[in-house]
Each structure stands twice: as C-alpha cells, then as structure tokens.
Design a protein around this ligand. Structure first.
Ligand SMILES: [Fe+2]
Ligand SMILES: [Fe+2]
Length: 304
C-alpha cells in the first residue's frame, strides 16, 4: 500500500458490474478438430488458450486467495471474490476441451505438463521466510496477473468483434466458449489492476512484471501453436510461422500484429486504467445472448 490514492490512475467512468460466475457447460462431440474450417493455423493458435488457461487461471485463484486478507475496501473485496469465481469457471471450461482434443488424436499432455510446472512450481508459493520476502513475491505475482489481464481483456475484446470467424463458419460451440470467456474478461478487466493499485501500485513493478508477462506469453504462445501444428495427425508438414500469424491478422482470423503492439504503450502509460479499454456494454450484451451463459442462468434460476 505504498501509493496515495490521489496519485493513482483512476477509472474512466463508473460502469461497475457486480461480477458473478456463470456455471456454463459445453458439449464438444460435434466440434471438428479444425473448428475454423480449412484453417488449422488460426484454429491451433487460438487453441493455445486451452493449454495455458486451465493452469494459468487456477494460479490466479490461488494467488488471489492469499491477497484477500490484505484488501481494505469492501467493494474491491467483492470484485475480487467475483473475479475468483469467474476465473475458476474459465479454467474448468478450457480444461474440458482437452479430452476432446485427445479423442481426435492430439494429446496436449507433453505441453500442459510444462505449463503446470510453470504455474505450480516456478510461479508457486516457494519456501520463503515470512515477512518481506514472502510479501515481495506475493506483490510480484499480483502485478503479473494485472499485466496478463491486460491481454485477456485485449483478446476478449478481439474475439467479441472477430466477425470474420462467423463469416468463415467457425464452430458455434467453440465460438461461444471463446466469447463467453472473452465477455467475462472484458466485464472484470479492471479488477486485477485495481487490486494491484490497492496493495502496491508501484510503477517500476508494473513495467518489470509487464515485460516478464509479455515475453512469457509470446514465448508460450508460439511454442504452443508449433506444438499443435507439429502434432496434428491430419497435417503432414504442420508448421507455425510468423508470416502465417501476420497473414491471419490481416484476414481477421487472429488479432493483428499492429493492434498487439499498440496495446503495449497503453499499459505502460502512467495513467492507464483498464476501464478505458473495451466495452462493458458489448460484453454484457453478449452474455445476455450467449447460449452457454443463458443456459447456465436458466439452470441457476431453476435451482433456486
Ligand atoms: Fe479468464
Ligand atoms: Fe480474467
């Protein structure tokens, strides 16, 4: 709690949404391996989410449970509890895609074993003495999550607006998973940053942890896409090349390189606040029409 409130970046407008986890479920039987027809590269680049998010979002929850006792603001505490509920559900929903990939001959275990090690061991609690070292490590991880959430909101906003996926006949169940998740990322995009500001907020820490998160995401993503392309049983010479990524960005089936680069100075700007990114209205509108989210709502109302 090193910064005074007056010097902290402030939200753009008050558009606070009470966060709730939606107990969604998806059935994958009729989803083809290349759920974006004829485009294994874009399919697998997006599929990397299923490799990273189960362990990554479980780790968010693990870290945030340790931060809860440090929160001195009731509304922020409620937001963090809502965030924990949503991320736990995201992690589970992406995890449930993995058996479907296995059934189609694409076993992700060699990759997910490394991702599990990364989040559970390298980024885990470590045996640190109580006091400053333990507190430092907790603050580093809180800041890392804030940086990662800048990108989950970026991706959420992208997928909500990626009409090219609809035009190319993307599998509706996969699209709904991605857009339900993306919409909740947009909905809760300020929580991780607000929590970071509340418990630390240091600018040098923000920059340092952004650099670590960005480098790790780029590294893990290109490795994941390569892993899928090389192990896809239907491809004889599956490769993931940077030029394919640029091409898919221009075609609208992946985010553009330019949009990704432009997002960097925004996060590093001293007055950055996630509320100035994306559209809550669009996210809420999608959640009101998402097949999975509305089915979850109906089930929840029926159980009352
Ligand atoms: Fe998430
Ligand atoms: Fe998130």
């Amino acid at each position: 709690m090193s910064n005074t409130k007056a010097r902290l970046p402030q939200p753009a407008a008050s558009e606070h949404v009470a966060l709730k986890a939606r107990n969604v479920s998806f059935s994958w039987e009729s989803t083809p391996l290349h759920w974006l027809p004829g485009d294994p590269f874009a399919t697998h680049t997006i599929n990397v989410l299923h490799l990273l998010l189960p362990a990554g979002e479980r780790w968010f929850v693990h870290v945030y449970k340790q931060v809860l006792p440090l929160i001195r603001d009731e509304r922020l505490r409620e937001d963090v509890i809502g965030f924990i509920g949503q991320e736990a559900m995201h992690s589970q929903a992406h995890d449930e895609v993995l058996p479907h990939l296995r059934e189609q001959g694409l076993d992700p275990t060699p990759y997910t074993a490394q991702v599990d090690w990364l989040f559970e061991k390298l980024l885990g609690d470590r045996t640190l003495p109580p006091g400053r070292p333990r507190q430092w490590w907790l603050m580093e991880r809180v800041a890392l999550i804030a940086a990662i959430e800048h990108y989950t909101a970026f991706l959420g906003d992208w997928v909500l607006n990626a009409e090219e996926l609809d035009r190319r006949g993307a599998d509706p169940t996969m699209l709904d998973l991605l857009r339900w998740h993306g919409a909740e990322e947009v909905e809760h995009r300020s929580v991780a940053f607000d929590l970071f500001l509340h418990v630390d907020g240091g600018y040098r820490r923000r920059v340092r942890t952004w650099a670590i998160a960005f480098t790790a995401l780029v590294f893990l993503w290109q490795r994941g896409a390569r892993f899928f392309m090389e192990n896809d049983p239907t491809l004889t010479d599956g490769r993931a090349r940077l030029r394919d990524f640029h091409r898919a960005g221009r075609a609208g089936t992946l985010p553009t390189t330019g949009a990704m680069l432009r997002s960097i100075p925004r996060y590093l700007s001293r007055d950055y606040h996630p509320s100035r990114e994306c559209s809550t209205e669009q996210a809420v509108a999608y959640l009101a029409s998402s097949p999975a989210a509305t089915a979850a709502e109906t089930r929840a109302n029926g159980a009352l």
